[in-house]
Design a protein around this ligand. Structure first.
Ligand code: 0CM
Ligand code: SF4
Length: 312
């Protein structure tokens, strides 16, 4: 058998916000019984969503698809303020599974608005977290910046009273470039006290940087709509991997990709369960003489409490 060295990146996979969001759905199912509605995929992973559907969760995109008399959970990515407001007006039971690190960005945006600052959000248009963060304030209050070019061309009315916040799951390096442009153009712009890009996004990207150099191929387990997972592919390519691909699971591997590969890097986005990593490694072992290396850049010990409504 051809030999294959697998470099397993660590940390990888579930973060504290994803763990909490999934637990919220499970606890809600226990507390209220099925069906429990979930607005948007609780996290961007089909394996997780299918598992919760099997336990009685019903996934919808908008609140109007939920009946008034069943509990609804809002996904980890956050929601515009109008969503809990509508749930309250319909007297629904709702549980907000927004990651506390996303909520922190919402609070920052609100504070800037209270202080009369104009607000720029660095993020990807249409992503639910961006929709949720922009929806914390009236339409048009927060303006979106996606690229360094946007930062170069945006015109602001009051450059001395300006602030920026960011999506939590961006590329650390790309974002630094955008921020660099904003700070050059608007030297007094207020920045987050502590980075808005979350610890899990940062750690997974650092680990991929350490693992990718010299890898013939890096496989990132994650979904097409998972921002943090897609960024890991970008980081792998930029850090020296000869090729990098996003796969939802081992079922999506074309084994031709492995021809001539002697070093394979594997990682998983923050919403991808470890079982999907195990399945990929097992499939490699069936085809290659595998030796394993773990490339760990740090340990994580973050946990978040569940909302009080579930504690009783
Ligand atoms: O934001 P992203 O698309 O990366 O979401 P995800 O569900 O893949 O990962 C966890 C989160 C959040 C917020
Ligand atoms: Fe929270 Fe970061 Fe995980 Fe998103 S990726 S759920 S912001 S810890």
């Amino acid at each position: 058998m051809q030999s294959l060295t697998i470099r397993l990146s660590a940390p990888r996979g579930f973060c504290a916000g994803v763990d909490r969001a999934i637990q919220i759905v499970e606890e809600a199912l226990t507390k209220w019984g099925p069906p429990v509605y979930v607005r948007h995929e609780i996290v961007h992973n089909a394996h997780v969503v299918e598992g919760l559907k099997a336990k009685g969760a019903v996934f919808v995109e908008e609140l109007h698809e939920c009946p008034d008399d069943r509990p609804v959970i809002f996904s980890a990515h956050g929601v515009p303020k109008s969503v809990p407001a509508e749930a309250a007006s319909r007297e629904m039971i709702y549980v907000d599974a927004t990651c506390p690190l996303v909520s922190k960005v919402h609070v920052e945006a609100q504070k800037h608005a209270d202080a009369g600052r104009d607000i720029l959000l660095i993020g990807h248009a249409g992503h639910p977290e961006v929709v949720g963060t922009m929806g914390q304030l009236p339409d048009g209050t927060i303006r979106l910046i996606e690229t360094p070019q946007d930062a170069e061309t945006i015109s602001v009315e009051n450059p001395d009273n300006l602030a920026f916040v960011t999506q939590t799951t961006l590329s650390v390096d790309d974002t630094a470039e955008v921020i660099g442009v904003l700070q050059r153009r608007f030297p007094s712009i207020s920045a987050p006290h502590k980075e808005d890009i979350c610890y899990a996004t940062t750690n997974r990207q650092e680990a991929v940087k350490a693992m990718a150099e010299g890898a013939d191929l890096v496989l990132v387990i994650g979904a097409e709509n998972s921002s943090n997972s897609k960024r890991l592919v970008d980081v792998a390519l930029r850090s020296g991997a000869k090729a990098a691909r996003l796969i939802a699971s081992v079922d999506f591997v074309d084994w031709c990709w492995l021809e001539g590969v002697s070093t394979l890097g594997i990682t998983a986005g923050a919403s991808a369960p470890e079982i999907l990593v195990d399945d990929l490694i097992d499939a490699c072992r069936e085809r290659f003489d595998v030796s394993m290396e773990e490339i760990r850049v740090t340990d994580e010990h973050v946990t978040f409490k569940l909302p009080r409504i579930l504690a009783i």
